[in-house]
Design a protein around this ligand. Sequence first.
Ligand code: M6R
Length: 366
Amino acid sequence: EKGGYDHFMMKEIYEQPRSIRDCMRGRIYPQKGLVQLGGIKDYADKLKNIDRIIIVACGTSWHAGLVGEYLIEEYARVPVEVEYASEFRYRNPIITDKDLVIAISQSGETADTMAAIELAKERGATIFGICNVVGASIPRLTHAGVYTHAGPEIGVASTKAFTAQVTILTLIAFYVAQQRGTITEAKLVEYLTELDSIPALVEQTLKANEQIKIIAERFKDSANCLFLGRGSSFPVALEGALKLKEISYIHAEGYPAAEMKHGPIALIDADMPVVFIATQNSSYEKVISNIQEVKARGGHVIAIVSEGDTTVKDMAEYVVEIPQTAEAFVPLLATIPLQLLAYHIAVMRGCNVDQPRNLAKSVTVE
Ligand code: M6R
């Protein structure tokens, strides 16, 4: 049942080339520069007239929402807010019939997310769902939606569901852009062609597993760990920290790299591993100066870099290379080494990775 792996989590990490492919199947036509999302096609016209998108979710699904915010604002030019469902539901939020609410949930049963949907629905918003479990409660509560088709996720720590959610949000960003005319067909051909190659690039990224084991061995006894990234790599940092804390019980925090100097930098000493997502994109130079700040204080730098990078390689104690890709798709690759790092550290510490203490796979109470 675990397909030859020791744990479901590892099986599910390795399934990602397939699950991301399944997510895109029948939905992208790279040569035509076309995205088709059958589940929301009845709302294609509505998308031309929305004022705002509000994403509601919890935990890892909320992190996926934050990646979605970058992508939707960049390509579809619609303002996006990402809300913890548990906060949104009790805040008397301002919602109109020109709002689109996107609820993200692997299980489709999360109580807070369901309550947020009900509230937004009462106030006249259109509600889309992004769920993994077919026929769950959330898909039944929403007006329309897109399934992630990642297959059953057994490990309590979400892995393949996260990358599937990010993939769907990428497709939704392009779909809304298509409806609103904020992207050209030529650009879509370019992006969709690149997106089509992501499953193969994830496969390539997984080859870093042995190297990540060495990093895990070095830092498995740490008491704390920081994860830093900028732009759409900031939610990846949050997700890396959540994975590590929930399965290894090491205290971990994710921050936007530039926020470090507003507080967390005080924590850095010779016992602090700091994981940077330092790929070659628009914030590369700025992340490099953040790396220097950590080094100057004796922190240990582990960096996720673009293949062929030499600058960060000279500065960091450990680097993990991921294939070059468009900035929009970096989260789909950069997440993989962080999942593996959390997994190996947890196994080395003797933790129950598939069933961490105090956690349930679906949180059906508030
Ligand atoms: O089923 P959902 O996506 O609604 O679940 C939301 C969170 O409970 C979930 O992502 C949780 O944070 C995971 N344990 C993270 O790995």
